[in-house]
Write a protein that binds this ligand. Structure first.
Ligand code: CA
Length: 363
């Protein structure tokens, strides 16, 4: 016991010495403080859910390893500490220090948060990261969450999603009318204006709702996740492209007081780890989707379908109307929309002659 106390105080002294060196401008290897933190992170994902949920476990493991155990995150899956969509409020109020989910789940409270997940027909994975990290995106996101007492971080991205699972064919705009579909965010609002009824359900409730006919269709993510949930066993038509979510970013957020209590090196570790998770999740989905799509295509009960062009054009025109209305109603949404849309307009000519032109050569 005595020896452990002695080792502890020696480590603390070494930490302080290294910190003062760093302030002198010389290189320092040791952390600025030996203080250790044990935090809780609440999520809206089932335990160890492929992609979205595993990412939070990976985040916790990386932060703990990179900090030498000085910052430990205990991961709470949906419902373990708070319900799926309440991690956001829990972190805002300091019940947990951190949370992980998608910003657009909270559009009722913060309409402009939808820009931080995905806007239908909007940015690709690369464009989203370009806007967030090199444009004004992340700066505006921090400003948006300031009144909520939260510091946000992009933390994961699924890439282009699928349009969803349907039990009837979508051959015309009229086929959307009267459909009840699980589709959150702005995509859901577009779907409503097209005559459908959108619902937001956590992933744990989608399968049963589709199986019992409580909903007629669902979008979720893409082959990698959808096959895990068994949607192909209760719906026949698998539609693409995922117009509603071209590259949704996931978010981690830290309670402001908890963030301010951390020394700078631990703050950096959180920031860098979240950025690494964004790339890592995209890699996991690119691999997982390729494998799962091949498997789904062998199932005689699954038919892959592309939405007709006129349906996509119609949904796109509604999206434009809704985004402009949102900007007209909310000054912060207007500010974010201006930055978001001007970068997207700048990016399109370059993407057209690079990614888009290259992918077209594979056809
Ligand atoms: Ca989705």
């Amino acid at each position: 016991m005595k020896r452990r106390q002695f080792v502890g105080s020696l480590a603390a002294a070494a930490g302080l010495a290294a910190c003062s060196k760093q302030e002198d401008g010389s290189a320092a290897q040791a952390p600025c403080s030996s203080e250790a933190f044990e935090w809780s992170i609440a999520t809206s994902w089932p335990p160890k859910y492929p992609g979205l949920g595993i990412a939070v476990n990976n985040l916790a493991n990386r932060i703990e390893a990179a900090s030498g155990g000085r910052l430990k995150l205990k991961v709470y899956a949906a419902g373990e500490l708070v319900p799926a969509f309440e991690a956001f409020d829990a972190a805002s109020r300091g019940i947990v220090e951190m949370g992980h989910d998608a910003a657009y789940y909270h559009k009722g409270k913060v309409p402009a948060a939808q820009f931080m997940t995905a806007i239908p027909f909007g940015m690709t994975f690369m464009e989203m990261n370009a806007w967030l990290y090199y444009g004004d995106g992340l700066k505006l996101w921090r400003e948006l969450y300031e009144p909520l007492n939260l510091v946000p971080f992009p933390c994961g991205n699924t890439g282009v999603q699928m349009g969803g699972w349907f039990n009837k064919e979508i051959n015309s705009i009229g086929d959307l009318k009267g459909l009840k579909m699980r589709i959150p965010g702005l995509g859901g609002e577009v779907f409503r204006r097209a005559g459908g009824t959108p619902v937001t359900l956590p992933v744990s409730e989608i399968f049963t709702s589709l199986q019992t006919g409580a909903i007629d269709a669902t979008e979720w993510v893409g082959p990698y996740n959808d096959i895990t949930n068994g949607f192909h066993t209760v719906a026949r038509y698998y539609y693409y492209p995922g117009w509603q979510e071209p590259a949704p970013a996931l978010q981690a957020y830290v309670n402001r007081q908890a963030w301010d209590s951390l020394p700078p090196d631990l703050q950096s570790i959180i920031e860098i780890s979240c950025q690494a998770i964004t790339t890592d999740m995209q890699s996991e989905y690119t691999h997982g989707n390729a494998v799962a799509l091949e498997q789904l295509m062998k199932d005689p009960n699954v038919e892959l379908r592309r939405f007709p062009d006129d349906v996509l054009q119609y949904l796109k025109s509604i999206t434009q109307e809704i985004v402009e209305e949102m900007a007209a109603d909310d000054p912060m949404a207007a500010k974010i929309y201006k930055s978001w849309s001007s970068f997207l307009a700048q990016s399109i000519p370059n993407q057209r002659i690079t990614e888009q032109a290259f992918l077209a050569t594979r056809l």
